[in-house]
Design a protein around this ligand. Structure first.
Ligand SMILES: *[C@@H]1O[C@H](CO)[C@@H](O)[C@H](O)[C@H]1NC(C)=O
Ligand SMILES: *[C@@H]1O[C@H](CO)[C@@H](O)[C@H](O)[C@H]1NC(C)=O
Ligand SMILES: *[C@@H]1O[C@H](CO)[C@@H](O)[C@H](O)[C@H]1NC(C)=O
Ligand SMILES: *[C@@H]1O[C@H](CO)[C@@H](O)[C@H](O)[C@H]1NC(C)=O
Ligand SMILES: *[C@@H]1O[C@H](CO)[C@@H](O)[C@H](O)[C@H]1NC(C)=O
Ligand SMILES: *[C@@H]1O[C@H](CO)[C@@H](O)[C@H](O)[C@H]1NC(C)=O
Ligand SMILES: *[C@@H]1O[C@H](CO)[C@@H](O)[C@H](O)[C@H]1NC(C)=O
Length: 470
């Protein structure tokens, strides 16, 4: 008797000793780019099998880090085998590439990767459908981002009259014209310029991945050096379209994402970790760039002005060194930012970078919160003011705010937190078959946010489309 009490005391002592050392992960928010896809120039872009594998691999990494109970980065209290829909929210714009990427990634995230070795083994595809009757969908339509944001569209279009753009257009004229043999089946000669820097890079990048040089003999001219110039020029153009230090509305998609991240992490803390432990969202490289600019990541590495590779992901972790098992106080919680360029395979891991141009890899929650609040769009009204929109959602948003103002900010903030948690729409049914026992876990309630298709590649695409028409 006595010895068993002693040994359990010992056990408690050794447990708390190990807790002193071990950092605890309380929650995380992941934002990821879609995987390999077909070229944009041909329209109707589709995720390829390669892309599907890339997002699955990235998802598997996060599964092993945050979901598996044996991981020392396991998110405290997250359900490892059966998905608890309150703990995880997933969102992606209503776009074939992004929705399918989200699906592939989630399968990786949820996979017991010791059993599941390939995307389809043991899995049934998750069908993502839109349920416009969902009660939450109206809360989140403001998430439509820059495609609807008037001032952001104007701002991005202004790029095409900036000195930066015009000098690039001139200095790269010969370079783009020299690519004619590789481009002439698809681009007219007037289209072969810096104006189409991204579309040209994208076309040749996809060609390099998927076409052999026997099918496309001209591709032999795509040397490493030419490729490096193409990606650098496309990055320069796209970063400038996505972010401008003095004209911040241009980065509206990053600001909306910042609001979603803030709200997701805030909800983890506000509910003492009972809800919203893991947020997963899919988006475009343009959103990455806007966000990178806003949180001053280019100060940490100039690479952040470049286009993130397919299936890149960033994650913000809520961590603490507080001892014990209870949810720590806000003062004891910190935020860590990590990014990985491209999919994650083997022993690769995301790299930690400091936010907001300072030098600490770890930001106290209160500092993170005040930093991100400065750049985040956190409500419909915020968005409407920033964008200068007065029609559609914005007409009713102002009206309903006025009507609601007496009925407490509580209802407002709960509406927002739903929107922000990426809640709209779709119900996803996921059947997981594990091993011989053919266990079926039926998981309802995955919420996939629907955003307008036009959002998917943000103002960049809108501006580019404008260009195309002309
Ligand atoms: C994965 O599944 C296998 C077979 O069901 C099981 O033995 C193993 O413990 C599981 N791994 C984890 C980390 O849950
Ligand atoms: C950034 O915004 C400023 C102020 O609106 C403008 O003068 C400048 O041309 C813009 N730069 C680019 C590259 O768009
Ligand atoms: C494209 O360029 C190649 C190499 O200069 C030339 O042989 C071919 O005829 C051109 N095709 C078109 C459609 O202009
Ligand atoms: C790659 O092949 C596709 C299909 O044959 C073709 O449409 C496309 O122009 C090729 N891309 C390049 C860069 O040659
Ligand atoms: C954070 O959560 C608290 C409590 O639910 C809420 O009052 C506050 O508005 C939230 N803040 C943000 C930025 O979401
Ligand atoms: C990701 O890699 C691409 C090259 O593939 C590079 O242009 C870009 O700057 C990198 N981005 C980051 C954030 O490392
Ligand atoms: C916890 O302590 C370890 C070891 O000193 C340190 O590396 C880590 O950054 C700390 N984490 C937090 C959240 O303070």
């Amino acid at each position: 008797m006595r010895s068993s009490i002693q040994s359990s005391l010992l056990l408690v002592a050794s447990l708390s000793a190990s807790m002193v050392e071990a950092e605890r992960v309380l929650g995380a928010y992941i934002f990821a780019r879609h995987g390999d896809r077909t070229a944009k120039i041909f329209g109707n872009t589709q995720l390829t099998d390669l892309g599907y594998n890339e997002v699955f691999d990235a998802g598997s990494f996060y599964n092993e880090r945050y979901i598996l109970s044996s991981s020392d980065k396991h998110i405290e209290g997250i359900s490892s085998l059966i998905v608890n829909a309150q703990q995880i929210s997933a969102s992606a714009p209503a776009d074939a590439v992004l929705q399918n990427s989200a699906t592939g990634f989630l399968q990786g995230t949820l996979a017991n990767s010791t059993t599941v070795v390939s995307p389809l083994r043991g899995y049934q595809l998750i069908q993502v459908t839109s349920t416009s009757s969902d009660a939450d969908s109206e809360d989140a339509t403001w998430l439509q981002g820059s495609s609807d944001c008037q001032k952001a569209t104007v701002s991005s279009n202004n790029y095409y009259i900036s000195d930066s753009y015009n000098s690039m257009l001139k200095s790269t004229k010969d370079f783009y014209e020299s690519l004619s043999p590789m481009l002439n089946s698809t681009f007219t000669s007037s289209e072969m310029s810096f104006k189409n820097a991204y579309t040209i890079f994208d076309y040749l990048n996809v060609g390099q991945i998927h076409n052999s040089t026997t099918d496309s003999p001209a591709l032999k001219d795509l040397t490493d050096d030419v490729y490096a110039q193409l990606i650098q020029l496309a990055s320069n153009q796209q970063f400038n379209l996505a972010y401008n230090e003095t004209d911040t509305v241009r980065a509206i998609d990053g600001a909306v994402l910042a609001g979603q991240i803030l709200s997701g992490l805030n909800e983890t803390i506000a509910t003492d970790g009972k809800k919203s432990k893991l947020g997963v969202q899919f988006g475009s490289y343009g959103t990455f760039m806007s966000f990178f600019g806003l949180v001053q990541l280019p100060a940490a590495s100039v690479d952040f002005t470049g286009i993130a590779d397919y299936a890149s992901s960033m994650v913000l972790e809520l961590v603490t060194n507080a001892t014990g098992t209870g949810f720590p106080s806000e003062d004891d919680i910190s935020v860590r930012f990590m990014f990985h360029n491209g999919t994650i395979t083997g022993s690769a891991e995301p790299t930690v970078f400091p936010l907001f141009g300072q030098s600490n890899d770890l930001l106290p929650w209160s500092d993170f919160k005040s930093g991100i609040e400065k750049i985040a769009v956190t409500s419909d009204d915020d968005w409407c003011n920033m964008c200068g929109n007065t029609d559609g959602k914005c007409a009713s948003s102002t009206a309903s705010t006025n009507a609601d103002s007496s009925s407490s900010s509580g209802s407002n903030s709960s509406g927002m937190s739903h929107a922000v948690a990426g809640v709209i729409g779709a119900m996803v049914t996921l059947a997981v078959i594990l091993g011989l026992e053919a266990l079926f876990f039926l998981v309802g309630g995955f919420r996939i946010a629907k955003r307008s298709k036009a959002v998917s590649e943000m103002a960049v695409a809108a501006a580019a489309a404008e260009e195309k028409k002309s």
